[in-house]
Design a protein around this ligand. Structure first.
Ligand code: SAM
Ligand code: SF4
Length: 442
């Protein structure tokens, strides 16, 4: 390979985004240059998601577009969850692909690159049998102010609908020393916000003799000098213990937001999903947050149309929305995935019915968000400024409770505000964001 250029496109969750940052770091350290289009690259990588069928189809349609370019010196690699799930079958379906590497094998990514450079056109990394986590000194971070830190990889739960345990392998926690060292390094390089990542961060168990649990890790990361905000995602309700809320209450550096995926409001459906909690147990956790020392925004994930979900079950999910009043949610139609237990379950919900339920759910949630956001008009919230919308003459900010708050600022609208923390008075609201004006006294 001559000029050593690469292009990478990432699909899916924040874990994938962060994995790509590490892959990019590794490639840059090996002398590759990143380019903005697949056309300009010699090595084209897709870091893929297989959580739902639609996500999986996207990567094959991308690969199709460039089929004719194989053999013209372009090399294609499929990384991440589709790579793990489909394995060597990808070589049959897209013969111009030369590299197939699942996320549990990224620790070997450097070695695989050497094989590709040596001309090998069938390179795979598909073992799930690993105790290692993907720690690399070469992470190329996309955002100059907010940085991700992986604390735990894989998943040991077995939710009946979910491919993650099959695509990301068993749970492996990083040592607390390694996490703390990364947090300090990030603070020293100017990052002020850290987001701790894992499919299920609450099951974090420090493998070192220190033996910290998640609540302890959270509290300690929040004490890092220079770090002003710490977020984390995702929490599994079963492992979300009261100590986590206590840690958050004790230190406002821990952001005013919890993402606590419920999936369904029906205990019957939750049992059939193998979620390991009932609606009442979930509501107890919500209660901890609602009665905490400061208000926390609460967001969730919901799946509609899981096999066997009746109209009564669905109504219970709608009731749950009224009861909890989430600040935002991600909602999905159930998508059957390979290897999962739900594939064999009877009483599939027809596609049109899933669509109908999704629309009703989203409409209800929209009304809740309109109400909740409107209640914030008049309040002052601190935002981390993330960018500028020149067309609207507004700065783009994010609040501690994870809302987008776009605002105007009178003094000399230069680039100066990005990365700063600014108090903003909320003046208007919509279903998905807030608008305001800077409350800095000039
Ligand atoms: N580990 C997280 C948890 O336990 O909540 C979720 C990880 S998953 C990447 C994100 C969301 O995708 C899930 O919370 C679920 O709502 C959704 N999801 C997962 N599998 C799905 C499927 N087969 N069909 C539809 N949605 C799915
Ligand atoms: Fe999937 Fe369940 Fe693991 Fe979350 S906890 S990644 S939904 S199996």
């Amino acid at each position: 390979m001559s000029g050593k250029t690469f292009y990478i496109e990432t699909f899916g969750c924040q874990m994938n985004v962060h994995d790509s940052e590490k892959v990019v770091g590794t490639l840059l350290a090996k002398g590759y240059a990143q380019v903005d289009t697949p056309e300009a690259a010699e090595l084209v990588l897709y870091n893929t998601c297989s959580i739902r069928d639609k996500a999986e189809q996207k990567v094959f349609s991308r690969l199709q577009q460039f089929k004719r370019d194989a053999g013209k010196g372009k090399i294609f690699g499929v990384l991440g969850c589709v790579a793990q799930q489909e394995g060597e079958k990808i070589f049959d379906r897209a013969p111009h692909v030369s590299l197939v590497c699942g996320s549990a094998s990224y620790t070997k990514f450097g070695e695989m690159l050497v094989q590709i450079e040596a001309g090998n056109r069938r390179v795979t990394g598909l073992s799930l049998d690993t105790e290692e986590t993907f720690d690399t000194p070469f992470t190329s971070r996309d955002n100059p102010h907010r940085a991700y830190i992986t604390i735990i990889e894989g998943c040991d739960k077995s939710c009946a609908y979910c491919v993650v345990p099959f695509t990301r392998g068993p749970e492996r926690s990083r040592t607390s020393q390694s996490v703390m060292a990364e947090a300090r390094r990030l603070a020293e390089s100017g990052y002020t916000e850290i987001q701790l990542l894992g499919q299920n961060v609450n099951s974090y168990r420090d493998p070192s003799p220190a033996g910290w649990d998640f609540a302890t890790l959270l509290a300690r990361v929040a004490e890092t000098a220079g770090i002003r905000r710490v977020r984390y995602t995702t929490s599994h309700p079963r492992d979300f213990v009261k100590e986590i809320v206590d840690a958050m209450d004790s230190n406002p550096v821990l952001c005013d937001h919890v993402h606590l995926p419920v999936q369904s409001g029906s205990s019957r459906v939750l049992a059939s999903m193998d979620r390991l909690y009932t609606r009442d147990q979930y509501m107890r956790r919500v209660e901890w947050l609602k009665t905490a020392r400061r208000p926390y925004a609460l967001t969730t994930d919901i799946i509609v149309g899981f096999p066997g979900e009746t109209e009564v079950d669905f109504q219970q999910t709608l009731d749950l929305l009224d009861e909890v009043e989430y600040d935002s949610l991600f909602s999905f139609k159930y998508s059957p995935r390979p290897n999962t237990a739900a594939l064999a379950m009877p009483d599939a919900v027809p596609e049109e019915e899933k669509q109908r339920r999704l629309a009703i759910l989203q409409e209800k949630q929209r009304a809740i968000q309109i109400r909740r956001n409107a209640a914030l008009i008049g309040s002052v919230k601190e935002v981390l400024v993330e960018g500028r919308n020149v067309a609207l003459d507004q700065w783009i900010g994010r609040t501690s409770d994870n809302r987008t708050l776009n605002f105007t600022h009178p003094a000399g609208d230069s680039d100066g505000l990005v990365g700063q923390y600014v108090p903003v008075r909320v003046t208007r609201s919509g279903p998905n964001s807030l608008v305001g004006e800077s409350a800095i006294v000039v």
